[in-house]
Design a protein around this ligand. Sequence first.
Ligand code: URP
Ligand code: ZN
Ligand code: ZN
Length: 470
Amino acid sequence: MKRLIKNGTLVDAQGEYRQDLLIDNGVIRARAAHIQPDDETEVIEADGCYVMPGGIDVHTHFNIDVGMARSCDDFFSGTRAAACGGTTTIIDHMGFGPAGCNLHHQLARYHDYAADQAVIDYGFHGVIQHVDDDILHEMAAMVQEEGISSFKLYLTYRYKLGDSDVLRALARLKEVGALATVHPENDAAIAVRREALLAAGHHEPWYHPQSRPLACEAEAISRMINLAALAGNAPLYIVHLSNGLGLEYLKLARRQGQPVWVETCPQYLLLDDSCYHLENGVDYLLSPPLRGRCEQDKLWVGLAAGDIDTVATDHCNFSHAQRMTLSGGDFSRCPNGLPGVENRMLLLFAHGVLGGRITPSRFVVLTSANPARLFGLWPRKGNLQPGADADLVVMDPRGETLISHQQLHDNGDYSPYEGMRCQGRIRLTLSRGEIVARDGEFLGRRGHGRFLARAPFAPELNSLLYPAPH
Ligand code: URP
Ligand code: ZN
Ligand code: ZN
């Protein structure tokens, strides 16, 4: 099947081009100023629209079991929502498995969760919940045989790692060609503060950000940067950055040539800690928590300047009903995480591009090109060159979207962005040349998504990722 997208503005990491784009058999075949369709080619009119690589969301948690609950989106509903929001690839963070399990244990589970369910292509990040010789040995096979070239480790939560385990894991991940991603928060500081707050009878959502202020996160970021340096300059990727102090530590490390990258999320750019005072404050409980409004500006500056490399969602959906049933409104008993996989592309486009903060090209860099490079999907994904998968989003800057959970495609019961009116509209999403969503309507197919065995982390791509904003 051939499709020709005509009269749009193609946007890639390098710039904008008034070109048509020909798709043949799921792959981009050609791009040129004027391409004539033959009789078998379906023409898609994109006049006035941007035609961009489909989004790559490198931080989701579908079907995650956090002990007290399982998130309400599985790989079908989660990827369906992603597709309707212009995202064509997700990389999901595997959740923790039983104590002592090996790396392949969770991988097998996640293959079962996703196979025949996902509507767009997907990969997995490994999870390191303990470190011993067997785990260190197993990392090589995960990268070379299974296509898992990134792993997450946690400095808080149940399976937090201590410094010696972090050091051993970082050094080995570098050796086997994998990127270490980390959830950075100082667990001990959080525990002390949480106990004090609860002992004083402070259980309301407003006390959640007070139990884990930004110094807890910034301290853990600086610690990880230094441990990565000690582990022979192991490549490091910080997930879900929420604040400017952490960003300063990262900028300092980069000035010294350290291979570190950082992701932020729309919730940290657009929501703030006043949400915890709302009647539905439990709906905003996530970690790190939402911060004061001044932190948002620092993150926006970092996005535009090239100091922040990716925008992902950390989509981890627990419904309002789940949250209230489990916690009764107590922040310390509520599962953490926010939904948002369907809103990332539009929110960043509306507030970033149309808000005058970033160029369309920088938008592509943040939402797909850098994610593809960092996580072993380049040049097949995140790019509009002939030969790449025809994973595309057609974005209309003249349209408007009112975010309302009723229109979304996840399995939850609320959106943290409810009622936001955004300039811009996602007209079309294509996954390997197939139309999977049109104007908010899901047109895809359960099982269309394929597992992506990712290439090992490529240090030679580093120079392409550092600043160079357009
Ligand atoms: O609160 C959050 N972010 N939940 C999802 C798991 C994680 O820490 O990324
Ligand atoms: Zn995390
Ligand atoms: Zn997460």
